[in-house]
Write a protein that binds this ligand. Structure first.
Ligand SMILES: Cc1cc2nc3c(=O)[nH]c(=O)nc-3n(C[C@H](O)[C@H](O)[C@H](O)COP(=O)(O)OP(=O)(O)OC[C@H]3O[C@@H](n4cnc5c(N)ncnc54)[C@H](O)[C@@H]3O)c2cc1C
Length: 415
């Protein structure tokens, strides 16, 4: 059996490790937090997963909560301009439903499953020296340690990194009792864009205590929606959310009168600098040097505005697993690591970065897409499905010319 080490028990590391165990590899996974600590801790993400990533989880037998989790087949989008005015609205229909399972629940469950299936799970926080030691004892070491300090072993790739500072400040709350504008309809996500101020997302999800709604503010730094810098406790956060909704999105405020935070760890705050890193790091020097391969947020971090991170982590985990299996008994050289990571970058990751950068900066041609989506359902549908399959960004959103050509063809077909 080939011996593979994985550092980090997030979407990327756990899915990769579980896949390798199923393929017969001897896997050691290093995790910082136990399942109990995960379940008892703060929420980690809003983790909306789209069809392609959900299919990978299902194929690997990892969709353990699929039947309990709201299936979201559409997103109701509103452009509030000026604030408190519904200037434009449309429904974005997904070809396959999206789902969000609280990562506290999912990752804790996957950690237990991994141990049950025979992997060695070590609970500790690795530093650079510990990582070098681990890499010496394994044929391949994959670092899926997320956005934490350990990611610093991978050099920032300035040419591929679209920004050098956060573009939004994030505030997220899990709540029970949030109403729906149409309670009889299938669950929908809601997206509100407030030009110049930020965005608000609402995602039906499954948390530790059952179905819930997740609210995510994406605030422009320093603006009025950037109001949670003191990381308040959930009840104070909720009171501020109600005030902001009342002022900027009053139709949404009406749905929050009965809302309550799901638990003491229901709130999450922060900001993400979208960053791309070189995917192979050398630790040590000379004959003692070892190489490790980066996976997931450790090497590509996107702002959550497009919900790409966990989806991309899932797809990267599968792409790396396949590459390992196809490599047979050959040594996992630095060259193989570079080729594996570059292939994934070209096939998928670069599109997540470019799509997310577009949504963060909203160039004029993209604003035109929102206007067209309100007029033509097929434009709204293509936009929705670009979140699920971001490589389509390159085909119709990447330049003003591509977008204009597509919108002209839709308008012509509509007569
Ligand atoms: C507010 C918010 C909302 C989001 N919404 C979405 C969304 O809707 N859809 C989507 O696809 N993505 C979303 N994302 C992004 C998504 O959550 C991440 O991209 C994804 O979870 C990354 O997975 P990962 O496995 O690479 O890293 P992580 O989930 O960060 O896992 C890394 C793991 O490594 C461990 N670790 C770190 N350092 C060490 C160390 N030194 N030693 C040992 N272990 C270590 C950590 O404890 C952690 O368990 C969102 C992110 C945020 C912040």
């Amino acid at each position: 059996m080939r011996r593979i080490a994985v550092v980090g028990a997030g979407q990327a590391g756990l899915q990769f490790a579980l896949g390798l165990v199923a393929d017969g590899y001897e896997v050691t996974l290093v995790a910082e937090r136990t399942p109990e600590q995960l379940r008892g801790g703060r929420v980690l993400s809003t983790q909306a997963m789209f069809g392609p990533a959900l299919r990978l989880e299902a194929a690997a037998g990892l969709d353990l909560w699929a039947d309990l989790t709201p299936a979201v087949a559409a997103v109701a989008a509103v452009l509030a301009a000026p604030p408190a005015v519904r200037a434009l609205e449309f429904t974005m229909t997904l070809d396959e439903p999206a789902q969000s399972v609280d990562q506290r629940l999912k990752l804790a469950g996957w950690l237990e499953l991994l141990a049950e299936r025979g992997a060695r799970v070590e609970y500790r926080s690795l530093d650079r020296d510990g990582l070098r030691e681990l890499a010496r004892r394994h044929e391949l070491t994959v670092v899926a340690a997320g956005r934490g300090e350990l990611a610093g072993i991978f050099e920032r790739d300035a040419a591929r990194s679209p920004f050098d500072r956060p573009q939004r400040v994030l505030s997220c709350l899990y709540a029970h009792g949030v109403g729906s504008p149409d309670p009889a309809a299938e669950p929908r996500a809601r997206m509100h864009a407030l030009p110049g101020l930020g965005e608000l997302y609402l995602q039906p999800a499954l948390t530790l205590s059952g179905p819930c709604a997740i609210l995510l503010w994406e605030a422009l730094p320093g603006g009025p929606l950037d109001a949670f810098g003191d990381a308040p406790p959930p009840d104070v956060q909720l009171a501020r959310i109600r005030d902001l909704l009342g002022e900027y999105l009053p139709w949404e405020a009406e749905l929050w009168t009965e809302a309550e935070p799901t638990d003491a760890g229901a709130g999450l705050f922060g900001a993400v600098t979208p960053t791309v890193r070189r995917t192979v790091a050398e630790l040590g020097s000379g004959v003692d040097a070892v190489h490790v391969l980066g996976l997931g947020d450790a090497v590509v971090v996107n702002d959550p505005i497009t919900g790409q991170g966990a989806n991309s982590a899932a797809r990267a985990a599968e792409a790396y697993r396949r590459a390992v299996v196809e490599h047979g008994d050959a040594p996992f050289t630095a060259d193989w690591m570079c080729r594996t990571a570059e292939h994934f970058w070209q096939q998928h990751a670069r599109h997540t970065v470019e799509f997310t950068a577009s949504m963060l900066t909203m160039p004029d041609h993209l604003q035109g897409v929102f206007a067209a989506a309100a007029e033509h359902p097929e434009v709204a549908r293509r936009l929705a499905n670009t979140y699920a399959e971001p490589s389509d960004h390159a085909a119709w959103l990447a330049t003003p010319g591509l977008t204009a050509a597509y919108l002209a063809s839709v308008a012509a077909a509509a007569g």
